[in-house]
Design a protein around this ligand. Structure first.
Ligand SMILES: [Zn+2]
Length: 730
């Protein structure tokens, strides 16, 4: 994908159609139009051998107007359109009637006099005056490094045969998640310096890229000619780097979230030219590898029945929860089963799959609450599992999921296939949903993603929901269904760009679709709340907690409203927690200060939603969510039961003279505080300082009209949990 553009001159967007998406039963291919902010008349061209190609942009159809050159594949002028292009919402373009799109090219330009000739390299030369391959090469040392560790990078740029004239420039791009580049303090973080150059050049600006808020652009201007073969060596010190294994290998800035490596170079070979990224294969790549294993995570189901065997999962990771290539020293680990006041040796971990994870089958246990402990001589892998509650008979089981995460299908990284694999085998989730941004999915991609979600759904073992994130003026909403398809509503489409329009389109689908607003403190507007679909709210994610306006679990500006403010309007919402992780890793993602793809410091760990349900199936989990039989945690599998007058969490009942409140909590650490919130106020609390606690309290204070109660659990390690409220009407 190639894009050339400059502020003062024309826009040229060149899109090789080998990048377009297809779907087996459909005749059209489609793609997102990579854009820069641009408004104006655009001229559309296609390079193809097809006789009657048709292009569709935003419901408008374009047919060939004139043929320019005849030579097998030739350029067809398809008409013009006034386009309002914008970084955040690239339009979907569909192509019909193409015979062999792999060699076809789509071109949009604002230059009405431009008549393209020949293939990709030819029009590049036509626009730029040179080919991209002739701009030069870049090399970075080191080109393989370890997540989260400080690095001193040395970049060597060698000019190609085009050279760079006096007044020409180079531009280095650094993703915002890396240390902020600066040229003033040699001892400070982010220090960047031109250490050697065959022609004099000077850094003239360091600023947030106008192409993306995720990048910092550093521009340097040449005071004399850099001859072909001439070199520039630049040093950059980064204490803050990537925390997720990833290979940066792109050069083009097709989207604001394109993953280009730190110090990626673009060249403007002379004063009157465009900045052009080095050609693919001529630019450096940078690989981040996981660190050595230094943690062991033990996960067991939260519920089991007597007589049932129990699966213990063990996962060795580095400190950012990445699976490592390095073999963990698991042979040194000893596992123990902890009962109420006894322990039993379970031996060493067994049943490894891969190098870093194992699944061990434990014998059935009598009724009670248990945990598994790991000891290692070095102390490195000491850990404690979540609690498991074994009961004789119980209809409900407790299931864990994260239904809010992103992949490379929108602004994240990692394939959808690896997303599902990670969610099931590493995060050990019972249910999940990949909720990529609807506005970055083409129609063909959405068909494929639904197929994939359906394929990975295994009732009884691992449940996937079809879902996506809708973003619009009224804040973000995630839509889910238990069915195997869901219409795609893009917040960028005039037909579905407001919640009011979306609610109208899904009227009657209340039993099939739910919408969950998230990070309400960030941006939620509540005027368009629809109680039929919005039954839940995501109270916590890697953004932090939206519970109250004065929460400490939040670092971003607050433009929205808190969950307690929303509840005070009378809205009846249960609580979920998720990750909003953009590394394709739901429910078990890095705990460092930075996202992979988003520059903002979303430094909180991923949350989890617990659901009480009869069975692990789409329908049952969905209906439990709809009935708000769920609670939210900051990622720990804390067992909570919470009832008022025998109503379970999420229920609505009638005030009958008092609220008889009972609950039971089994923590993953000491429970330092339990708080009961009644209509926004803490009305009862206790400091148990135990891992297992049961409580009872009766509230006689009659409510005026409607009263809600929810339980807030705090552990000694700082982790939190929030039950869905219970409402009583007078
Ligand atoms: Zn999201």
């Amino acid at each position: 994908m190639s894009v050339y553009y400059d502020d003062s001159r024309d826009i040229y967007i060149i899109v090789p159609l080998r990048d377009a998406k297809s779907y087996p039963s459909r005749s059209s291919i489609d793609l997102l139009l990579p854009t820069r902010n641009f408004t104006g008349e655009c001229y559309l061209w296609i390079y193809t051998e097809a006789e009657h190609p048709v292009i569709k942009i935003k419901n408008e159809t374009f047919l060939p107007h004139e043929v320019v050159v005849r030579d097998g594949r030739r350029w067809l002028f398809m008409g013009r359109k006034y386009l309002k292009l914008n970084l955040a919402s690239p339009p979907v373009v569909s192509f019909f009637g193409l015979t062999d799109p792999s060699g076809d090219i789509f071109l949009i330009t604002s230059n009405k006099d431009f008549i393209p000739h020949g293939g990709l390299a030819d029009i590049e030369r036509q626009i730029l005056g040179y080919s991209r391959e002739s701009l030069g090469v870049s090399q970075i040392i080191p080109n393989v490094t370890t997540v989260g560790r400080p690095v001193k990078f040395k970049l060597i740029f060698t000019a190609g045969e085009t050279g760079i004239k006096r007044g020409g420039r180079i531009r280095l791009t650094i993703p915002r998640i890396f240390s902020n580049p600066q040229i003033k303090d040699p001892n400070g973080d982010g220090y960047l310096k031109i250490v050697k150059a065959d022609a004099q050049l000077e850094i003239i600006s360091i600023e947030v890229s106008r192409d993306s808020w995720e990048w910092i652009d550093i521009t340097a201007e040449f005071k004399e000619d850099l001859k072909p073969g001439g070199k520039v060596v630049i040093y950059y010190k980064a204490e803050r780097t990537q925390i997720v294994p990833f290979e940066y290998e792109r050069t083009d800035r097709s989207y604001w979230f394109s993953k280009i490596p730190p110090m990626a170079i673009s060249v403007m070979p002379n004063k009157r030219c465009y900045f052009t990224p080095l050609a693919n294969g001529y630019s450096h790549t940078l690989t981040f590898k996981a660190d050595i294993p230094e943690r062991l995570h033990l996960i067991v189901p939260s519920h089991a029945r007597t007589g049932e065997r129990i699966v213990l999962h063990g996962i060795f990771t580095d400190k950012f929860r990445n699976l490592s290539d390095v073999y963990p020293l698991h042979a040194d680990v000893r596992l123990k089963l902890l009962g109420r006041d006894w322990e039993e040796d379970l031996g060493r971990p067994r049943g490894f799959y891969g190098r870093s994870a194992f699944k061990m089958l434990l014998d059935p246990l009598p009724e009670g609450v248990y945990r598994i402990k790991a000891d290692s001589p070095s102390g490195r892998f000491n850990s404690l599992s979540n609690p498991i509650k074994v009961e004789n008979d119980s209809n409900l089981s407790l299931y864990w999921g994260d239904i809010h995460a992103h992949s490379e299908m929108s602004d994240g990284i990692g394939s959808p296939e690896s997303f599902y694999w990670h969610a099931r085998n590493i995060a050990c989730l019972d249910f999940t949903a990949l909720t990529d941004h609807a506005c970055y999915l083409t129609d063909n991609e959405w068909l494929w993603m639904q197929d994939l979600a359906n394929m990975y759904n295994k009732p009884g073992k691992f449940v996937t929901f079809i879902g996506y994130e809708w973003s619009g003026k009224e804040g973000d909403r995630n839509f889910y269904t238990w069915r195997n398809e869901l219409p795609l509503f893009r917040g960028t489409d005039p037909k579905t760009n407001s919640l009011r329009k979306v609610w109208r389109l899904i009227e009657g689908m209340e039993e099939e679709v739910i919408a969950i607003p998230h990070h309400s403190l960030e941006n939620a507007k509540w005027e368009y709340h629809n109680p039929s679909f919005e039954r839940l709210i995501e109270i916590y994610s890697m953004w932090g907690s939206s519970e109250t306006a004065d929460t400490k679990l939040w670092r971003m500006p607050k433009y929205g409203i808190s969950v307690r403010q929303i509840l005070s309007t009378g809205s009846k919402l249960g609580f979920t927690a998720g990750s909003d992780n953009h590394d394709g890793r739901a429910g078990f993602s890095g705990e460092g200060a930075y996202y992979t793809s988003i520059y903002v410091p979303l430094g909180f760990r991923s949350g989890l939603t617990a659901v009480y349900s009869n069975a692990l199936s789409r329908r049952e989990i969905f209906h439990s969510l709809r009935r708000r039989r769920c609670y939210a945690t900051t990622g720990e599998r804390i067992i909570i039961s919470f009832q008022i007058n025998d109503l379970c969490m999420g229920s609505e009942g009638v005030w009958d003279g008092s609220a008889r409140i009972r609950g039971e909590v089994h923590g993953t650490d000491l429970i330092s505080r339990l708080e009961l919130i009644r209509n926004g106020e803490v009305v009862w609390s206790m400091r148990p300082n135990r891992m297992d606690v049961a409580f009872y309290w009766e509230d006689y204070q009659s409510p005026d009209e409607l009263v809600y109660y929810y339980l807030r659990v705090k552990q000694a390690d700082g982790n939190l949990a929030w039950t869905s409220p219970i409402w009583l009407t007078k």
